[in-house]
Design a protein around this ligand. Structure first.
Ligand SMILES: *Cc1c(COP(=O)(O)O)cnc(C)c1O
Length: 359
């Protein structure tokens, strides 16, 4: 079996162990005589997986008891709308930090719902960067403050979260479970699963329960956090396979330990950034050094023709998915939790060889 080094930004590489486990019990899940794909979401077999996924997230992130963990659908993109629909009352203002493409999308949706104040905007800057804490200008009394913990396209990441009086809301789609976080510092955390958690189709939401009380009565049930809290994410059919896979992934993370995984992630990224910085300008990082992402390493070569050749040749050597996002071009190596260290070494060796041939 030839598995490539998968640098895709999302859907992305998943732990081999979890994939193998899912494969092994695909035809007969937990003695049910059917696959997880065919089980009732009200049956005891699925229920066990659902509870294991909830417990896995809770214990790994130390989610306090006054927070709910939810498995929803619609991706992070639906959260762009659900957050203001539930948390932004009439006449109130929500503060958003615009750190790049994903923050911009969240802002666009929030503006459809209510008043938005931009606390800082670095979205058009090159090199790409996250605003410094001393640049943040909050409004008088915001309903919440929204940030994007890792800008998947720009390759930037908050290294220290801002302290805010209002509840802090974070889109952690591309770095959830890649490092320990203090959940109690947030009002709400959300993440599409397809980068660090599971296949696409399930969205993780961690919400301080009192915030769910803000939602207007007439908000449709499926859009209301309160309803999903009351039904333990089983108001309707949940994305069963995705939730089951979160259980497998959290099992895998527990084995390594989140702290160890974090340390490994930092080391992986540091190796690639060192390869960029030591190339004498042949490779150029696109993010400001102090906010370089540990998840998405973005860089450029002298010209697009060379970048295209780089991507093509790397793919030929079993390193796939290195093309930067279509909106910015360049190279992007997405190296989430499940991306192996050997794949980093392989890319570093390839970078040197490519430079030797083309430099
Ligand atoms: C991928 C991504 C999204 C979009 O997620 P969907 O699940 O496709 O809606 C949003 N925010 C960030 C930071 C992402 O990386």
């Amino acid at each position: 079996m030839a598995r490539v080094y998968n640098f895709n930004a999302g859907p992305a590489v998943l732990p081999l162990e979890a994939l193998e486990h899912a494969r092994d019990e695909m035809l007969d899940f937990a003695g049910s005589g059917m696959s997880i794909l065919e089980c009732s979401h009200r049956g005891k077999e699925y229920e066990a997986a659902h509870n294991e996924a909830l417990e896995g997230i809770r214990s790994l992130l130390g989610v306090p008891p006054d927070y709910a963990v939810l498995f929803l659908q619609g991706g992070a993109s639906l959260q762009f709308a659900m957050v203001p629909m539930n948390l932004l009352g009439k006449g109130q203002t929500a503060d958003y930090v615009n750190s790049g493409s994903w923050a911009s999308k969240a802002i666009k949706e929030a503006k459809l719902i209510g008043n938005v104040h931009i606390a800082a905007d670095t979205s058009k800057e090159i090199p790409t960067r996250i605003p410094r804490e001393d640049e943040l200008r909050f409004s008088e009394n915001p309903a919440y403050v929204h940030i994007t913990s890792n800008e998947t396209i720009a390759g930037t990441q908050w290294k220290r979260f801002p302290e805010t009086r209002a509840p802090l809301v974070a889109d952690m789609s591309s770095d959830i479970l890649s490092r320990p976080v203090d959940v109690s510092a947030f009002g709400l955390i959300y993440a599409g699963a397809q980068k660090n958690l599971a296949p696409a189709g399930v969205t993780l939401v961690i919400i301080r329960k009192d915030l769910a009380e803000r939602a207007p009565e007439n908000l449709p049930t499926m859009l209301k956090y309160r309803a999903h809290i009351e039904e333990n994410s089983l108001y309707n059919t949940p994305p069963c396979f995705g939730v089951y896979f979160i259980a497998l992934v959290t099992r895998w993370v527990k084995k390594t330990g989140l702290e160890n995984l974090y340390r490994r992630n930092v080391e992986k990224a540091a190796k690639l950034y060192a390869a960029i910085d030591n190339s004498g300008g042949f490779y150029r990082g696109t993010a400001a050094k102090e906010c370089r992402s540990d998840m998405n390493v973005t860089f450029r070569l002298q010209n697009e023709a060379l970048e295209e050749a780089f991507i093509k040749e790397a793919a030929r050597q079993g390193m796939k998915g290195l093309k930067g996002h279509r909106s910015v071009g360049g190279i992007r190596a997405s190296i989430y939790n499940a991306f192996p260290v050997e794949g980093i070494d392989s890319l570093v060796a390839f970078m040197k060889e490519f430079q030797r041939k083309n430099g």
